[in-house]
Design a protein around this ligand. Sequence first.
Ligand code: IPE
Ligand code: IPE
Ligand code: MG
Length: 255
Amino acid sequence: MFFKNRNKKLKREMLTQIDRGDVPGHIAFIMDGNGRWAKKKGLPRTAGHMEGGKALLKTLEECMELGIKAVTVYAFSTENWKRPKEEVEYLMALPRKYINKYLPMLKERNVVMNFIGNIEALPEPLQNDIAKSIEETKDNNGIVFTIAINYGSQDELLAATKLICQDVKDDIVSITDINQDYFETKLFTNGLPPVDLLVRTSGEVRVSNFLLWQLAYTEFHFTDTLWPDFNQEELYKTILDYQNRQRRYGGLKGE
Ligand code: IPE
Ligand code: IPE
Ligand code: MG
């Protein structure tokens, strides 16, 4: 357990409503609203990011308990470099803090750590910690925890296009053989299961360059809750909302 003090009574009551056989296999979170959370409390934006990190670990743990197989979180977008230097520096340092503190526990809890985005452009100490977390959890087979950092979906699609062009040039694939399955092997998310549910906190209703290809048939859940306040109750509500959806994939009801 990463954190204590969880509400046991609420947990029992809401858990009875959740169909454990129909939890989303893969949830993606756009963890938004850290800055506003801090502002509301008269704190610096960085305090919101720190608190957001705690909310993330708690959410990951709840997802594990629900039997969710994959969780992907948006930690830093290719557009977030536009923020003030001090905030960017903090956001580059924060994952290191969390990795160093919690990697042994993540390893022990059978978590497989994964990262998507332009990792090579990150500061070297962060790249080293990323490599360490991947290496140390590579033999695990529990939840796949993917952190999107310096991630932009448009960059990802461009990179995939370039890889495909190279394959065509090298005669590895012919143009007529380029299909969806092959295309997906060129994305950062290669090997991850389809994203069943996307959650965005803080009341913003946009995807902000996140998983544009991968969200084709994903269910969306938006909440006004700011990310640092996202908790077990919110997660359960989110799952219940998902379980009330009818996924049709362009087909008809009941098929
Ligand atoms: C999300 O919170 C975290 C990152 C984008 C890194 P924000 O920092 O965007 O918080 P708001 O949207 O300004 O409240
Ligand atoms: C999206 O949030 C990126 C992350 C959560 C890391 P932003 O706060 O950067 O998105 P916009 O600018 O409101 O679209
Ligand atoms: Mg934001």
